[in-house]
Design a binder for this molecule. Structure first.
Ligand code: 5GP
Ligand code: SF4
Ligand code: MG
Length: 456
């Protein structure tokens, strides 16, 4: 998911709309904006893309005020349905509050069962709603304290934006799984999942919000920064560099595009091969393919052309759509591929269906040999921290050897970037990245299914 917020700017909801547009790659199921006019919160949220939900200028009349938060969603917890569209907005005894969440809580089911036992009735199936219930029962007084009290109970990955009538508060979890940055526009403040959203609205990039940091924007125009949680060694998500973030963004102290290119160079060093042309599976494989081609001294070409009006296939929740999605999305350029030994670069193999279709497509276009190279290690473990990888059984590399996968995708050869190569290319030796989907070393423990209460 992606979050975006503006505090103290006359065009708050319009800017939030633009910010969400820039973050659309982080979620395409639904989106929403909640604004504050100083007295009341206003919401507009629906299933669909930002352009569709906010395409009509009239909706901004319903979103007045100088502060707003927004969200683009793809579901990791909770179904893809209307009631689960964020930001969540509620009225309670202390006023109104809205919250937008990027991440995934690992102790959601336990907390939910506990809250229900005390009489909470949940309106949605999103783990984010738990935070609202915890806020409502917090014993402390100030909003900051109540948020801290609530967040001290949750575990997992969260970048959160809270909006009340008069304040906006941003929080990044102590592990810092997901990126979050702070910007300045005029006299106002901006918070965004990725810096590409600040660029679009011409906000100045101030800095990243640190793991475990809480930033409070108040009406005097200042921000307050606090570190109210027990500190742990941060474990930012390395997969943001591999796939999820936009290449023009700056996250965890680095530009994503250059990092991906380096993954490609390292991949070429690890798997030299004689070939005539390097192509990418667009768009996610492009920077790595360029790095690979440069390092290997093989020409890079656009051998597959993407229809840009189709969303990220993986994120479409229905298996049916995912299946023919590849054909809708990509078409080979025969003149580039016919008679050639082709290296195809992609960022990851999840179920293997994309690679299998692409190898066939490239071969049908006349390629003599098709060599698949992947700019990350095999994805063998599910993510519990906000990336929607499927369960273990569906991950092809959790149960198949390299040779078996190569055979399944019908390639002449297959090579994955090594774990060492990945870490070396990202190059931040002092950072202990989460890489659990590759290595299974989960930095935040989660309850095993057997420990969980059975819920209807
Ligand atoms: P597959 O067909 O192997 O299941 O999917 C692999 C493709 O999905 C790759 O091209 C990769 O770019 C894309 N992809 C989209 N979203 C995700 C995600 O959340 N995780 C992973 N690992 N790959 C994703
Ligand atoms: Fe990122 Fe993988 Fe860790 Fe999930 S398990 S947070 S995708 S590195
Ligand atoms: Mg891809």
């Amino acid at each position: 998911c992606g979050v975006f917020g503006v505090y103290n700017h006359p065009e708050a909801s319009n800017l939030t709309y633009l910010g969400l547009y820039a973050l659309q790659h982080r979620g395409q199921e639904s989106c929403g904006i909640v604004s504050s006019d100083g007295n009341t919160l206003h919401a507009h949220k629906r299933m669909g893309l930002v352009a569709d939900v906010f395409g009509n200028q009239d909706v901004f009349k319903k979103l007045p005020g100088s502060s707003a938060i927004g969200h683009v969603r793809y579901s990791t917890a909770g179904a893809s349905v209307e009631k689960n569209v964020q930001p969540i907005m509620v009225d309670y005894s202390r006023g109104s509050i809205a919250v937008a969440h990027n991440g995934n809580l690992v102790n959601a089911q336990l907390l939910k069962a506990e809250l229900e036992a005390y009489g909470s009735i949940f309106q949605t199936t999103m783990d984010t709603e738990i935070i609202i219930h915890l806020l409502a029962i917090a014993r402390t007084n100030s909003l900051e304290d109540r948020i801290v009290e609530a967040l001290n109970r949750i575990k997992g990955a969260y970048c959160l934006l809270f909006l009340t009538e008069t304040r906006m508060i941003a929080v990044r979890d102590p592990n810092g799984f997901r990126p979050l940055c702070l910007g300045k526009i005029g006299n106002g403040w901006v918070v965004a999942s990725e810096s590409c959203a600040l660029d679009l609205i011409e906000a100045e990039f101030v800095r990243e919000i640190e793991p475990g940091e809480m930033v409070v924007c108040t009406s005097d125009g200042e921000i307050k920064s606090m570190f109210p949680f027990r500190s742990v060694e941060p474990t930012p998500c390395i997969f943001e560099f591999v796939y999820f973030a936009r290449p023009d963004s700056y996250i965890f102290g680095k530009n994503v595009y250059l990092t991906r290119k380096e993954l490609g160079r390292q991949l070429a060093r690890e798997y030299k091969i004689d070939a005539d042309v390097v192509i990418a599976v667009p768009d996610s494989g492009v920077p790595a393919a360029m790095g690979y081609a440069e390092e290997a001294g093989i020409p890079f070409e656009l051998g597959l052309i993407r229809n840009h009006y189709v969303g990220r296939t993986f994120i479409e929740p229905a298996q049916a759509i995912r299946h023919f999605g590849v054909k809708i999305k990509l078409n080979p350029v025969r003149e580039i591929l016919a008679g050639k030994r082709v290296v195809v670069i992609d960022d990851s193999i999840v179920r293997g269906t994309t690679s299998r279709k692409i190898v066939k497509m490239v071969r049908q276009a006349g390629a003599k040999e098709v060599h698949m190279r992947i700019s990350s290690p095999p994805t063998s473990y599910p993510c519990y921290y906000g990336i929607d990888t499927p369960n273990r059984k569906e991950l092809i590399s959790s149960s198949h050897t390299l040779e078996e996968i190569c055979k399944y995708i019908t390639a002449d050869s297959l090579g994955y970037l090594s774990e060492e190569g990945l870490l070396k290319s990202v190059g931040m030796n002092n950072t202990n990245f989460c890489k659990a989907c590759f290595a299974g070393d989960y930095p935040v423990a989660f309850p095993k299914p057997a420990d969980l209460p059975q819920m209807g």
